[in-house]
Design a protein around this ligand. Structure first.
Ligand SMILES: [Zn+2]
Length: 414
């Protein structure tokens, strides 16, 4: 055996006197490494409950085995019979080993690896690399994430973004709360009812924050979020975020296009060109612009709806609130015009008018919104990584891990 091999192993297990590596063996048939850890005879330990002096009281009756990080490219296992002590105040107590977390059959080093790998790849792939089952990985993930979330400090939260997302398209909604200034997810709640807002507000207060200190909350136009925000954050300006306003108009555009597409002549060309209408004009190639202009001429309804969506970008480019108010009014009257004749756009106009002040509030809290757009893509990335987690808990843990900037307490293996 390499001279300092036991030292290396002891290091990876965080062992120091009186703990030591008694031996290690490689099992060629099973392709496994087995490590045996012991504790010096007669070593003294403080009581794990009260910290007082104790006397040794033998060992636990049966040996325990923990899965450790790979050793020489093979899965390795740590064997240990942990010592017991007798405390005059607390009775007989089990001493835990320096490499373990209570109730886990994995060493801390292994869990550290697992957390790094989980942040980067789907769970099934992580399980394959770590050679363990997916369920164990979920348990490790939720332990460390919950531990970090429970220690979160939410003092100083002033600008909040609230959004819903679903685990599967249209199923199992969760509400995600984001600290817009620190750009991180601070809470994930199951469902998208009004009550999730007050649940969050309570957590905020428990974690050092204040409901009164929140000065702006951005959200979509949901009938459950908006009243929840008004009730729980008395000093906050409610802002409808740009992403959701845009979504209302692009959905209307899509309906107009589908309607026009029904005439058999238009069917194919419009269907093929449908993605073109979703690209912001500034990001189009010359070729795409030419194609879009010709489609707009041939299919004037879709073309007009597209111009309305483009005008929304101009609205958001406004510099002052006054300027924006004028742009809003002219956009609205354009959409409502009798000549416009596009019912989906008329309906969208009504929705916008109903939320006019909250949409204009964007211009008071520009920063929050710029941040929220980034947040939205963060949540989408978290969702992709959370694929394979088929429970709410796993899904939520993954969103925290990817977008929560958590201070994980699990030891980093590097
Ligand atoms: Zn004690």
């Amino acid at each position: 055996m390499i001279a300092n091999f036991p030292d290396m192993i002891a290091g990876s297990l965080n062992l120091s006197e009186p703990w030591y590596v008694e031996g290690a063996e490689f099992s060629p048939e099973k392709k496994e490494v087995h490590i045996y850890v012991n504790v010096r005879e007669g070593a003294e330990f403080a009581c794990p409950s009260c910290g007082g002096a104790t006397v040794r009281n033998g060992y636990e009756p049966t040996e325990r085995v923990w899965r450790h990080g790979d050793c020489l490219f093979y899965p390795s296992f740590v064997h240990c019979k942990r010592p017991r002590v007798r405390c005059p105040h607390c009775g007989t107590k089990q001493i835990s080993a320096p490499f373990e977390r209570k109730n886990s059959r994995f060493t801390l080093l292994f869990e550290g690896y697992a957390m790094l790998i989980l942040a980067d790849m789907p769970r099934a792939k992580a399980a394959e690399i770590l050679r363990c089952n997916e369920k164990s990985l979920s348990a490790i993930l939720s332990y460390w994430v919950n531990e970090a979330v429970s220690r979160q400090d939410l003092k100083g939260l002033v600008r909040l973004a609230v959004d819903e997302t679903s685990r599967l398209r249209g199923h199992d909604y969760v509400t995600v709360f984001v600290d817009a200034d620190r750009r991180r997810v601070i809470d994930v709640e199951q469902g998208r009812e009004k009550s999730v807002i007050s649940t969050f507000a309570e957590k905020l207060e428990k974690h050092g924050g204040s409901k009164e200190a929140v000065c702006a909350v951005t959200s979509d136009m949901s009938k459950s979020y908006l009243p929840g925000i008004a009730e729980n954050f008395p000093n906050a300006l409610s802002v409808i975020d740009k992403f959701h306003v845009k979504q209302i108009l692009t959905n209307a555009l899509d309906m107009v296009r589908k309607e026009e597409q029904k005439s058999s002549e238009a069917k194919q060309a419009l269907f093929q060109g449908r993605r073109l209408f979703m690209i912001p004009r500034g990001r189009m190639s010359e070729q795409q612009v030419a194609k879009l202009d010709s489609l707009s001429k041939r299919y004037p309804k879709t073309g007009k709806a597209y111009s309305i969506v483009a005008a929304l970008d101009d609205f958001y480019a406004c510099y002052t609130v006054e300027e924006a108010r004028n742009a809003f009014d002219s956009l609205y009257s354009w959409m409502r015009m009798r000549r416009c004749r596009l019912q989906p756009m008329k309906d969208a106009a009504t929705t916008l008018r109903n939320h006019k002040e909250k949409i204009l509030a964007y211009f008071y809290h520009r920063i929050t919104n710029a941040v929220c757009e980034g947040i939205n893509s963060m949540i989408q990335a978290a969702k992709r990584k959370a694929r394979g987690f088929n429970t709410y808990e796993g899904f939520a843990s993954m969103i925290y891990l990817v977008a929560g900037k958590l201070q994980l307490a699990v030891p980093n293996p590097f």
